[in-house]
Design a protein around this ligand. Structure first.
Ligand code: 13P
Ligand code: SF4
Length: 326
């Protein structure tokens, strides 16, 4: 879609930071290159509003993996963090997958590596390894099945073994364990700094005092004591889907704060309150300008060896076959 200079003062573009006209030129160039190169832009729900707005598809990590397998585009521009773009590459080895900033990495995914995993596996030889999608391709390659917060409970229920090594998010692991007491889950001590450190019980209590009629929705990456005082724990797209099921009009959102942009955009009549410090700095590394540069240069590409792709695809595909259950 071409944006004419006269339309730039419309309310739709008021969130564009900096020089409006420059941004509009960048957006027009991105849209032209998208057509020319047969590219698709996928963006996670935590991306900056201006990046979400130019994306062809915005979603949670499961939605984005599923979308990546259904596109006819030759090039996938992935606006998210490293493990998400890697998953798109694993599922589409023949396509060019580009992440506009190669330093957009998920710190939680870096909290587990294949070597340490092997050590734990030696102590629990019969246990299945369930890898949260927030893991590197190498770690996925050493795992039995993947999951996201949209299907974790179902995936663990489906495991054949009683014992499960769950990596790397201890909070998602504890959340899942509540629903599957019959499984013995060995939890890796990883966590998301944004959810674990920057969304505290006190933040939610304060917001509840300010907005007493609001429902509280949190992400399962939050600490158990935060989940305990919430009305529901959902994946990011699970929160969006919930809007079609509830009559509530006001919400406190315990996840990365940009989630409120998407929720507000799709539910203009409802009110959303974010936790001010809940920011994932890595998600914010991707800007419109970097998207344009990556489309011009077709860099930086996601490069994985064919052996890793082959092995990591097995647990990812097993998860995709189960799909969404939230
Ligand atoms: P979702 O799959 O819910 O989008 O979560 C991904 C993530 O990284 C949350 O911090
Ligand atoms: Fe990783 Fe947390 Fe950022 Fe999600 S919010 S990408 S888990 S650091």
């Amino acid at each position: 879609m071409f944006i004419s200079p006269s339309s730039i003062l419309s309310e739709n573009y008021t969130h564009l930071k900096g020089n409006y006209m420059e941004k509009i030129i960048v957006i027009n160039k991105i849209n032209a290159l998208k057509k020319q190169r047969n590219a698709i832009i996928l963006a996670h729900n935590y991306q900056l509003p201006e990046v979400q707005d130019i994306a062809d598809f915005t979603g949670d990590s499961l939605d984005l993996s599923m979308k990546a397998t259904k596109t006819d585009a030759d090039i996938i521009i992935f606006c998210g963090v490293d493990f998400m773009a890697e998953s798109a590459k694993i599922l589409n080895p023949e396509k060019t997958v580009i992440i506009p900033d190669k330093d957009a990495k998920c710190p939680m995914a870096e909290m587990v590596d294949p070597e340490s995993l092997n050590w734990v596996k030696k102590d629990h030889p019969g246990a299945e390894i369930v890898a949260y999608i927030n893991t590197s391709a190498e770690v996925k390659a050493a795992s039995d099945i993947c999951c996201t917060s949209a299907n974790g409970v179902k995936i663990i229920q489906n495991c054949a073994s009683k014992e499960v090594i769950f990596i790397p998010d201890q909070n998602l692991g504890k959340f899942i364990q509540r629903s599957v007491p019959e499984k013995q889950m060995i939890l890796w001590p990883g966590m998301c700094p944004t959810h674990h450190n920057n969304i505290k019980k006190q933040d939610i209590i304060r917001l509840k005092k300010e907005h007493p009629t609001a429902e509280v929705l949190v992400h399962p990456e939050c600490r158990p004591e935060v989940i305990d005082i919430a009305d529901h724990a959902f994946s990011t797209s699970g929160m969006l889907n919930y809007m079609n099921k509830t009559t509530a009009q006001e919400f406190i959102i315990g996840t990365e704060k940009e989630m409120c942009y998407r929720l507000q955009k799709e539910n203009p009549e409802k009110k959303f309150h974010s936790v001010p410090l809940a920011v994932c700095p890595n998600m914010k590394r991707i800007t419109l300008e970097k998207v344009l540069r990556s489309m011009e240069t077709l860099e930086p590409k996601i490069l994985l060896s064919s052996d890793i792709i082959k092995r990591a695809k097995i647990p990812l595909q097993r998860m995709m076959d189960i799909g969404r259950v939230d």
